[in-house]
Design a protein around this ligand. Structure first.
Ligand code: NAP
Length: 285
């Protein structure tokens, strides 16, 4: 049996591309999707190197049940790596974003990552029967920088950054490595899913600022990098003896670092306000 990699959220975008790339490289991928039709069509396309599991990461019981169905395979092979990829966006100003949307983002992007990770940890090497594995969390530049009108997502990805550091420090005694990938815009379905999502705030105090949101999202999407960039990086991490703790993936890394790390807060506030006032660029991920 080839090396087993577990990836959450493989129905589209980064997860789907990574699944195809890893299988091409000889890995076996256990991929989670949310519906059975997607599972069947991916199985038909990808064959015996793909093992689909159908569950919604928000559903604790179903997550446990579905992972449990692979117990004998995992007991036999252990798990080479886990890629926590499933993620959602709910854009909107914090004061008017419905609680339900905020909580969904926290559940999928944060709470579920811990649930899935903890369930799989024995086979990643907390059980000393298995060789130490690798955990890769698909974070975001939004885990490093807080953009207005995208609060839920930014807060969730900041939490994921913390979780990455904490797991890394707690799991180093088992030899398990934990790495965050922090992408800027990447071409995926997440952009089309975001379109139209800000219209519902038209009658709020932010209506005038968000009036062109779709156009702004489209403009930001134009600078998005291909999903292959992330798949190649995942493969590099899987093949590295000692991967870095985090990888920033951005067209203009240095400009981003200046803005996120070194620019004084009030200067960054003015810059963001000026950029958003122009109404030509808005990044929901
Ligand atoms: N694209 C970017 O520009 C970008 C930038 C930075 C970080 N990221 C991160 O990259 C990761 C992948 O996103 P993507 O860009 O590839 O977007 P995507 O194409 O929308 O993929 C998101 C995946 O997550 C799955 N998912 C969402 N909610 C789920 C749930 N409750 N249970 C199980 N699976 C669920 C989706 O499944 P369904 O099809 O069933 O919804 C889909 O497979 C996310 O963590 C995202 O935050 C993306």
């Amino acid at each position: 049996m080839s090396k087993l990699v577990f990836i959450t959220g493989v129905s589209s975008g980064i997860g789907l591309h990574a699944t195809r790339s890893l299988i091409n490289k000889g890995y076996t991928v256990i991929g989670s999707v949310r519906n059975a039709v997607t599972a069947t069509s991916l199985k038909q396309e990808l064959g015996s190197s793909f093992i689909p599991l159908v569950f919604d990461v928000r559903d604790r019981q179903e997550t446990e049940l579905q992972i449990g169905t692979l117990r004998s395979l995992l007991d036999q092979s252990g798990l080479y790596a886990l890629v926590n990829n499933a993620g959602v966006v709910a854009a909107g100003p914090l004061q008017v974003l419905p609680d339900e949307d905020f909580e969904t983002v926290m559940d999928v992007n944060v709470l579920a990552v811990r649930r899935v990770t903890n369930l799989l940890l024995p086979w990643l090497g907390t059980d000393k029967k298995y060789s130490p594995g690798k955990i890769i969390n698909i974070s975001s530049v939004s885990g490093l920088f807080n953009a207005p009108y995208n609060g839920a997502y930014c807060i969730s990805k900041h939490a994921l950054e913390s979780m990455t550091d904490i797991y890394r420090r707690e799991l180093s005694m088992f030899g398990i490595t934990v790495t965050a990938i922090e992408p800027g815009p990447i071409k995926s379905e997440i952009w089309s899913k975001s379109k139209g999502s800000l219209d519902r705030f038209a009658s709020t105090a932010y209506g005038h600022l968000l009036a062109n949101a779709d156009k702004m999202i489209e403009n930001s999407e134009k600078s998005a990098l291909d999903t292959a960039v992330i798949s190649n990086l995942i493969i590099r991490i899987l093949e590295a003896d000692a991967p870095q703790t985090r990888y920033l993936v951005h067209r203009n890394k240095w400009m981003f670092r200046i803005l996120a790390n070194w620019m004084p807060d009030k200067m960054a506030d003015r810059l963001i306000a000026k950029t958003l006032a122009k109404g030509d660029n808005y990044r929901p991920v």
